[in-house]
Write a protein that binds this ligand. Structure first.
Ligand code: VG1
Ligand code: CO
Length: 543
């Protein structure tokens, strides 16, 4: 059998970040670059001989080429079978669903998520474990270690697979099953949610606009919202996945989904607006003239979870990433369930879900999900919103305002400073770290520092420790400022500043978020010297 063993040498920059290895397409196109990383994944695993691998991606530029290489390498390394999405497509949550359903050994997901795509934009690759979730740190560290010691890789030459054609094929000794990327996932959604109630909602004239941003969720949204749930044709816009996402930035937030935001304003706007990112794991929820902060969305969904058949028995617990607002904690307290605070990145939720400690998880970065898979899931969040709108028959805004009236409002915003110099950003964080002791005893006007630290997390299930997960400055009234550097970018550094203030008084729930947080935003700059050190007078993106 034509298995070739090719000599190679390490690339120094193959350390996975918050969510896999993300680089410019041109970096991945270098001879052996992708091959090295894939071989490093396989070399760090044990016992996959004859087992099943799941493979798919968000359809961005270089997806097909990468699928072809990975299929050949899986065959040469001894996998028994690969389940690959037709045309090489699988959204991130669908990949997780397929890994779990078919008890695969693991999966490889090709995506740079919300980063732009195209010949000069970004590509990414991530390994997911058999439970369906992103590999935990000990696995990504092992992959990186392998990548720094690699001397050869194995690839099957000869034969070809047609990934456009559904069904079984062979590549050498290995079976390749080309699967419908939507069917398994859509079936799972139907088990979790009250489809008849949502169908009745649409039949009653409820209007929705779902912006797939020319990314992977288009086919999923067409099949589920329009075909199965009876939403009128045209509900899904930008529903054809394109390798460059139509030149856009497939990031569902107020800045990059501005067409949707515009369509959702005005008296005649649809009742619900939603969007997903490049690989389908993020979501943004809008009501008519109303934006739901992702942190609030997690809290509202948790408080209403029992309305969906899949969660009628209640939640075991909630988990949120540290920078995510504490709105969900209040719901957990009211429900009498536990709330966990993890570092940023979905990989930290896996153990909690596997151990039955958390049912819902969320991040401020437009990520929400549950234990139905082990990834965040954009369309899942949209369907849960639809389910609760169908059950409550209120507008999105009413539901959120009632939530605030019950639990209080956590005013929350994230300010991103993109494309900073790496040395400049590292210096800012290092100095902040150095000033923690001094900060601990400080008062800034009405704000008295109660805690200042660099967040460290001990996983309650396996005891693994993750250090340096973000600087937090917490004040005596519970307000917080959090600083961390992004681990998903491919150019320079991005500083993220997260600001939160709790307001219990319903009479004060009508303020503009930036106005309500103005004092803390000023303080965030004063403490870190952002403007002074970076010369930036305003953030690049505010969410
Ligand atoms: C960002 C978000 C984080 C999310 C990660 C992957 O990471 O802040 O919450 O888990 O992206 O999401 P960072 O390190 O850039 O802050 V996705 O949809 O890009 O896979
Ligand atoms: Co994503």
């Amino acid at each position: 059998m034509p298995i070739l063993v090719r000599p190679t040498a390490p690339f120094a920059d193959q350390k996975p970040g918050t969510s896999g290895l993300r680089k410019k397409v041109t970096v991945f196109q270098q001879p052996n670059y992708l091959e090295n990383f894939v071989q490093s994944i396989f070399d760090s695993l044990e016992g996959f001989g004859g087992q099943t691998l799941v493979l798919g991606g968000d359809g961005r530029f270089f997806n097909r080429e990468a699928v072809d290489i990975i299929l050949r390498m899986a065959a040469a390394n001894g996998f028994g079978r690969v389940l690959v999405g037709q045309r090489g497509i699988l959204s991130t949550p669908a990949a997780s669903c397929v890994i779990r359903k078919y008890r695969a050994f693991g999966g490889i997901v090709l995506s740079a998520s919300h980063n732009p795509g195209g010949p000069h934009e970004d590509f990414g690759i991530k390994y997911n474990i058999g439970a369906g979730g992103p590999a935990p740190e000990k696995v990504t560290e092992a992959i990186y270690a392998q990548s720094q010691a690699i001397g050869e890789y194995r690839i099957f030459e000869g034969g070809a697979v047609d990934i456009d054609r559904l069904g079984s094929q062979r590549l050498g000794e290995m079976a390749v099953e080309v699967i419908d990327p939507v069917a398994d996932y859509a079936g799972l959604m139907e088990e979790l949610f009250d489809f008849p109630a949502i169908r009745a909602l649409f039949a009653s004239g409820f209007r929705m606009r779902y912006d797939a941003m020319h990314a992977v969720t288009g086919p999923y949204a067409h099949a589920i919202l329009e075909d199965r749930l009876g939403a009128p044709a045209g509900t899904v816009v930008n529903g054809t996945p394109l390798p460059d996402f139509g030149g856009g930035h497939p990031d569902p937030n107020l800045v990059h989904a501005r067409d949707l935001v515009a369509a959702m304003s005005g008296a005649d706007a649809p009742d619900l607006g939603a969007a997903s990112d490049g690989d389908g794991d993020r979501n943004m929820i809008l009501g008519r003239n109303f934006y739901v902060t992702p942190s609030d969305s997690l809290a509202v969904l948790a408080a209403n979870a029992r309305l969906a058949p899949g969660y009628a028995g209640g939640l075991a617990g909630i988990a949120r990433s540290m920078p995510t607002s504490q709105a969900a904690d209040r719901v957990a307290a009211a429900l009498g369930i536990r709330c966990f605070e993890t570092p940023t990145g979905w990989k930290f939720f896996g153990n909690l879900m596997d151990a039955g400690l958390a049912t819902f998880c969320g991040e401020e970065s437009f990520g929400t999900g549950s234990n139905h898979v082990r990834e965040k899931d954009g369309l899942w969040a949209v369907l849960l919103w639809l389910n609760l709108l169908a059950a409550r028959r209120q507008q999105v805004e009413q539901i959120v305002r009632q939530h605030w009236a019950t639990y209080g409002r956590n005013y929350y915003s994230r300010h991103d400073y993109e494309a900073l110099g790496t040395a400049e950003a590292d210096g800012l964080m290092a100095d902040l770290r150095g000033s923690l002791t001094e900060l601990r005893s400080k008062r800034f006007g009405e704000y008295v520092v109660r805690l200042a630290d660099d967040f460290a997390y001990t996983d309650p299930v396996d005891g693994s420790v993750s250090m340096k997960q973000g600087i937090r400055v917490v004040f005596s009234d519970g307000s917080r400022i959090v600083y961390r550097l992004s681990g998903t970018g491919t150019e320079g550094a991005t500083l993220r500043v997260y600001v939160e203030r709790f307001e219990p008084d319903p009479a004060k729930h009508d303020q503009d978020t930036q106005v309500a947080l103005a004092g803390l935003i000023r303080l965030a700059d004063e403490i870190a010297g952002i403007a002074l050190r970076t010369g930036r007078s305003a953030p690049t993106v505010i969410t």
